[in-house]
Design a protein around this ligand. Sequence first.
Ligand code: ASP
Length: 358
Amino acid sequence: MPSPKRSLLISAGLVALVAGLSGSQLAAGATAVPGEAPPPGPGVRGVVLAVHGGAGSLPRGSLTPEQERAYRDGLTKALRTGYELVKDGKPALDAVERAVNVLEDDPNFNAGKGAVFNTDAEHELDASIMNGKDRRSGAVAGVHHTKNPISLARLVMEKSPHVFMAGKGADDFALRNGVPFTPQDYFWTQRRWDQLMAAKGNPPAAAGAKAGRSEAGGTVGAIALDGERGIAAATSTGGLTNKQVGRVGDSPVVGAGTYADNRTVAVSCTGTGEVFIRGVAAHDISALMEYARMPVTKAAATVVNQKIPALGATGGAIALDARGTLAAPHSTKGIINGYVTRDGEIKTRLYDDETPPE
Ligand code: ASP
């Protein structure tokens, strides 16, 4: 039983959440004013696949034209790959896995090749995938030698009696299932190395990196809707720069970083993983839709822009309902993302001002 004082704090937090107060207002002890949160944006309609490349901030002018092209090309390739599958009548699960594979193979993103370094200058990779039709899921954490962790997560789901495998056991399971061994060197990139050095207090001349979350986190995710009204979600990441060895974020935690249920929504989150785990963020979006009958835009904005900041962190999510409405709220300045509509129209959004915060 919580103490009376704790109960009071809990109720104050809930009232503030309903009233739409931000975390900083909460921290400053602002009085909760009953009322509705500002209405979220309308979302994007007719979407069959969306991807993200991490929450953070990418102001205009922060990329060279070549870098901008590389990011947009990477997102576009992932969207095209998934779209072709959905168009061919393949399940949403295939589309999210393959879209994430493309981003895992792209050194610009913090997943697979290009993953960040932990405090021991190693890469430990996390991923999870979930199928909305039967709510089966698979997840891996702290893998060292698997090129495409999202495909290993799917293998765990389909070829083992388990949902979540970690560390050496997960890498061994990959080998036993014919997944080739990938040396750690494969994941190395200069940019992530510079970010590690900066986080350890040795900034290289050209680097602007900080400890923890970088300018744009780089975690990747995909959500898709197939011709059978099935939805699926997938998330893959190297985690946070300079994370402690063994640290696991939200991305491989089903219900926190990833969730899919055909009755509600497919979600992939990005942000400070510790808080997304405590907020059970992805499932909370689904729960608001299931129990409070909120539309996806309102449910996703409530969790990302109110609940998570109230718990002390920032981030973003992409969420797609079974009618094809996409929400991409973020309490960071921006979220790298893109989507493709039913008729094949692709849009990529990199800069902070390209995706509305709600
Ligand atoms: N959520 C990821 C983690 O905490 C990081 C990110 O999305 O940037 O591992």
